[in-house]
Design a protein. Structure first.
Length: 213
């Protein structure tokens, strides 16, 4: 084999090997989380770093609770607000993506993402908030891993426990305690709806709970 061919194989093979190792790392974490709860996510750690830049003693409000200790009203409200076809799609709602594309094209800017609950979880667990085609491709790959390894209830349970519900507030339990002084299991329909509609911009609505929106 010529030196030129060896160099070409190295230039192509080394990055490919790194990509495959990264995917294996993601998959191993997802397999672990089928039975064991994640203690934090990439997004939670990023937000904590930002808070500690201003206040070194800052901590996140977060408490894991099992699926059956989260109000059914909150589950229904979030499905209705974020991903009505969650139970039926394979991780990506292609129809919603098409509608989002058409809406964004009409407005001339990104006003709708069309991301499913599984896609949002993939991003929150592992990725940065930066937008790029490469990051979106990785998000899709992780989304399909989640759907392949976990059942829908486990995906939703993790999502409910790591969603952002205000500055430094993560998960249904912390959100319920922060805004209504009740556990997540005690949220009624109105309280659940108010939390669900915060999700597109939780840090803003966390400061404006009386917003007309």
């Amino acid at each position: 084999m010529s030196m030129r061919r060896k160099l070409l194989l190295l230039l192509v093979g080394a990055p490919l090997a790194l990509v495959l190792l990264l995917q294996a790392w993601y998959l191993l974490h997802i397999c672990w989380w089928v039975k064991y709860n994640p203690t934090s996510t990439a997004f939670m750690r990023y937000q904590l770093e930002k808070l500690q830049e201003k206040n070194p003693g800052a901590k996140l409000q977060h408490q894991w609770v099992p699926y059956n200790r989260i109000s059914v009203h909150l589950k229904r409200a979030i499905i209705a607000a974020e991903d009505a076809n969650f139970a039926d799609h394979d991780g990506v709602d292609w129809q919603a993506l098409q509608k989002a594309y058409e809406k964004n094209a009409k407005k001339g800017k990104v006003v709708s993402g069309g991301s499913t609950i599984t896609q949002q979880l993939a991003k929150n667990l592992f990725l940065s908030g930066q937008r790029s085609y490469l990051r979106k491709a990785q998000e899709m790959a992780i989304t399909f891993m989640l759907e392949m390894v976990m059942d829908k209830q486990r995906i939703f349970e993790i999502y409910l426990n790591v969603i952002e519900l205000g500055t430094g507030v993560f998960g249904a339990e912390a959100g319920a305690q922060r805004y209504f002084s009740v556990p997540a299991s005690a949220l009624g329909p109105q309280e659940a709806a108010r939390l669900a509609v915060m999700l597109p911009n939780p840090r803003y609505f966390g400061r404006h709970m009386d917003s007309g929106y």
